[in-house]
Design a protein around this ligand. Structure first.
Ligand SMILES: O=C(O)[C@H](O)[C@@H](O)[C@H](O)[C@H](O)COP(=O)(O)O
Length: 248
């Protein structure tokens, strides 16, 4: 057993977690703007977008410096109720003023394989080094993250940064996803994981060796930092982590 080199933060409830996540994102934005004048962030679907709602109230953010991508996206039109873009739009994007061309959406009018290739090409135009300042990931109760599912051949995908998937066990089956190749290049990755259904996979992700751990546990930025933000329910299987360094 090896410990995953992650900084783990445990919060009493989702409200506290959301507040801390929003100020964490703001700090990463400040750092990115100071070093390269822009902030490139990727966001997941599922329960994650709602934790970002608090950002809409901040008056100290210049939204024109934001570029937004999706860690994975369902292969559906952007106005479909299943769209991860749609979920983020509802809680955050509708309230703020990021220029639309700086939000990279999937093109679901072409076959999913082409949509993945087009997404990667467009992302490379916007961010040639493909090194995101921050990726916000979730984890399913089976340990998947993005659309990287346990036992799926995409776990070994090293040729592309964005891949198509047509047999996702979580509906809808067709999606595009960031691969480990891209996730490794991120400057910072934060997992946001809540609820008791995640306990066994949280333990495995943070403690099992790379060959035994979950798809989420295999996300290890090469020269960046890795954080896990948990609520107390998801963290219930972890040993006392009172010595855990804080996520600054
Ligand atoms: O499009 C998706 O379905 C997601 O991006 C997916 O990878 C999600 O992050 C996890 O399934 C966790 O979802 P929850 O946070 O809702 O458990």
């Amino acid at each position: 057993m090896t410990d995953c080199p992650a900084l783990v933060q445990v919060f009493d409830d989702n409200v506290e977690l959301g507040k801390r996540l929003c100020s964490f994102v703001k700090d990463r934005y400040d750092e990115a703007v100071e070093s390269r004048g822009k902030f490139h962030i990727a966001v997941s679907g599922g329960s994650l977008p709602k934790f970002l709602k608090g950002l809409s109230k901040r008056e100290d953010i210049d939204w024109t410096k934001w570029w937004v991508y999706f860690c994975d996206e369902r292969y559906v039109p952007n106005d479909d109720p299943d769209s991860n873009y749609g979920a983020l739009k509802e809680v955050l994007l509708n309230e703020i003023s990021i220029p639309d061309p700086q939000i990279l959406k999937i093109n679901s009018s072409i076959p999913v394989e082409e949509a993945a290739r087009e997404y990667e090409d467009k992302m490379r135009e916007l961010l040639p080094s493909m090194d995101l300042d921050l990726a916000l990931c979730g984890m399913g109760p089976d340990g998947h993250t993005c659309s990287l599912f346990p036992g799926h051949p995409l776990l070994a995908e090293e040729a592309v940064d964005i891949a198509p998937i047509s047999d996702s066990p979580k509906p809808p089956p067709q999606r595009i996803t960031m691969t480990y190749k891209l996730l490794r290049k991120c400057h910072q990755v934060v997992f946001v994981v809540t609820g008791e259904s995640k306990v066994p996979m949280v333990v495995s992700s943070l403690h099992d060796d790379l060959d035994k751990t979950t798809p989420a546990g295999r996300v290890r930025p090469e020269s960046g930092k890795l954080f896990w933000f948990l609520d107390s329910k998801a963290a219930a299987g972890l040993p006392d982590r009172s010595d855990t360094p804080s996520a600054n």
